[in-house]
Write a protein that binds this ligand. Structure first.
Ligand code: ASP
Length: 596
């Protein structure tokens, strides 16, 4: 119905008769001459009502119609493209040199008074997230959100293009399935036809994609919605999207090469630039020791140094105790040059001490390098040799500030990694416009859950182990300190799969009930295979420089897993539950006599 969108018209269109449709973003009246910013996904065009300039129209009629053009109403206008008055051009807007002199107008649908500002003209007018989510369709009208949706859509198109060029098949797998152990809780869906039986919403297509390899599909991908019922952790969604892939007859490098090709293709499509490949490979142990993280951000220094050996003979009781229990001491050197703009005085040090306690660490020991030695209340326990050794290991110069953390290995390294990041943020050491991809490699097959002492999969139980069942074949793609996804080679022999289940403490019986079908499938000529899944929400969020994945998902849930828009999750009618033979009651409502 329209001749152009609100982002189309340019100076080359002068004199054209056009018809535009869109939303009234903003209107203003300058003594008889009225202006409207007409907006749609593509842009904003200035519409002008100027009775003196349009002798051929019925101005009073038009004026009446335009009075109905309230904010965010949808309207149609017809008119002629003309130059803006000299000096009123808007260089920031691609349509900013022209305006449309209105001749005909129609209100297509009047908007109620919008509960939030949609335009970008004013800063700081965004309401709280609950309002934005409740009226998400208005929030999505904002150009920033439109850009996020366009960017994400382009990202996915490029991914599909590349994967298709590499012979991948896009295949959909069930959402209603049996649970796969990706380590989270399942969302359970009751079956009406089979009362007492339940589907699980798939946490990932892991087993299906492996069975597609057994089915000779060779190369598979899917833009897969995954469901995990996790406690509301920072920036997680109960449903999220993975670019899920699997390939047959590959080794780890084949999978990594394919992903590097994919990411470089997407990069070129988005930014027109060549991305440097191959990505750096960082062994898991190194990542933990130097960065205190299995997703290290290596765009800045502040590396950790393990000091256990250096201080092990110092008669300092706290360290002695920790070392005797197998713990470690690690340190961060905040070099003098990092603090030229922002000194870390006694108050800030205290703040960091409180910070480490808040994140669950016992405390923090600190020292300043001064006059060629170290100044701190624990230095008295250190021999000159220890001090010298510390200085060499941590590359200490006068003016540097050292933080030492001690405790059980993994928790202490992770705590130090979190502290490292906090210091870097505080001191502005993280470059904003630099992106860095890397592969985390040489991951273990299992880890011991410190709480239960139980052996757990490091990734999942389908990862191909080495011959000792210690090392795994899994690897993570990391971008700027965020995990984008994990991949691995898979077990393709049923006896190896059984052995891994057994090492995880699974009984024969459970193996059969939960994974019998899969063990069966592995026994019919499963090829060697492997794959990976990339978290699209996070990937796009990082590239857009946003703080939360909620800003790149059209209709996200809030931090508590609720939708402010449709108020889900919600109660359902009793009749629906009856049909499912399900009884639902909050503990408070329980009538124990009834139950008896
Ligand atoms: N299924 C795994 C996950 O969701 C990814 C993979 O191993 O392909 O993390």
């Amino acid at each position: 119905m329209r001749t152009h969108t609100c982002g189309d018209l340019r100076i080359s269109d002068l004199g054209k008769e056009v018809c535009l449709q869109g939303w009234v973003r903003f209107s203003r009246d300058h003594g008889g001459v009225a202006f409207i910013d007409l907006a749609d996904r593509y842009g904003i065009t200035q519409i002008v009502f100027d009775p003196e300039a349009s002798s051929d129209v019925n101005s009073s009629e038009l004026e009446e119609v335009m009075k109905t053009f309230t904010r965010e109403s949808v309207v149609m206008v017809k008119g002629v493209v003309r130059n803006r008055v000299e000096g009123t051009e808007d260089a920031r807007n691609p349509t900013g040199e022209i305006e449309v002199l209105i001749k005909e107008a129609e209100l297509l649908n009047k908007s109620a008074l919008p509960p939030m500002e949609v335009g970008d003209q004013k800063e700081g007018v965004l309401p709280g997230e609950d309002i934005r989510m409740k009226y998400r369709y208005l929030d999505l009208r904002r150009s920033e959100m439109i850009h996020a949706m366009e960017f994400r859509s382009k990202f996915m198109h490029l991914a599909r293009q590349y994967l298709e060029s590499q012979n991948f098949l896009e295949i959909e797998t069930p959402i209603l399935g049996r649970s796969t152990p990706e380590g989270a809780r399942d969302f359970i869906v009751p079956s009406r036809i089979h009362p007492g039986s339940f589907y699980a919403l798939t946490q990932s297509p892991q087993l299906y994609k492996q069975m597609l390899m057994i089915a000779s599909m060779d190369r598979y991908f899917q833009v897969a919605r995954c469901f995990r019922d996790e406690d509301s952790r920072k920036d997680r969604q109960p449903e999220f999207t993975q670019l899920d892939m699997e390939m047959s007859f590959v080794d780890m490098k084949d999978i990594q090469d394919m992903i590097e090709g994919l990411v470089a293709y997407i990069w070129k499509g988005l930014y027109g630039e060549d991305l440097k490949t191959p990505f750096m490979r960082v062994p898991y142990e190194v990542a933990m020791e130097k960065y205190g993280s299995d997703k290290p951000d290596m765009r800045f220094g502040l590396e950790l140094t393990t000091l256990t050996d250096v201080v092990k003979d110092a008669p300092y009781e706290i360290f002695q105790k920790i070392i005797s229990k197998g713990g470690i001491i690690t340190g961060i050197n905040i070099k003098k040059e990092y603090t030229v703009n922002q000194e870390i005085g006694r108050n800030e040090v205290d703040r960091y001490i409180n910070y480490v306690k808040k994140i669950g660490m016992g405390g923090l020991t600190w020292m300043r390098a001064k006059d060629g030695t170290l100044d701190s209340n624990i230095v008295k326990y250190f021999t000159p040799e220890i001090i010298e050794d510390l200085k060499v290991k941590m590359d200490v110069q006068d003016g540097d500030l050292l933080f030492l953390l001690a405790g059980p290995k993994k928790a202490t390294l992770e705590g130090a990694g979190t502290l490292r990041k906090k210091i870097a943020e505080d001191l502005g050491l993280i470059p904003a416009d630099v992106h860095q991809f890397l592969w985390l490699v040489d991951c273990p097959m299992f880890e011991i859950d410190p709480a239960s002492g139980k052996r757990d999969s490091f990734h999942h139980p389908f990862v191909l182990p080495d011959e000792n069942y210690e090392g795994g074949s899994s690897f993570d793609l990391v971008l700027d300190g965020n995990e984008l996804g994990s991949g691995s080679l898979r077990i393709h022999k049923p006896e190896v799969q059984r052995k891994v289940f057994e090492l995880l403490g699974m009984s024969e019986e459970k193996m059969e009930t939960d994974f019998g079908f899969f063990l069966d499938a592995l026994s019919y000529g499963a090829p060697p295979h492997g794959g990976i899944a990339l978290g699209i929400d996070r990937f796009v969020t990082i590239l857009l420089g946003k703080d939360t994945i909620r800003d790149t998902i059209a209709f996200p849930k809030n931090k508590m897993g609720q939708s402010n828009l449709d108020s889900s999750p919600a109660k359902v009618e009793d009749s629906k539950l009856d049909e499912l033979q399900i009884m639902s009651m909050a503990i408070d409502d329980l009538d124990f006599e009834d139950i008896e």
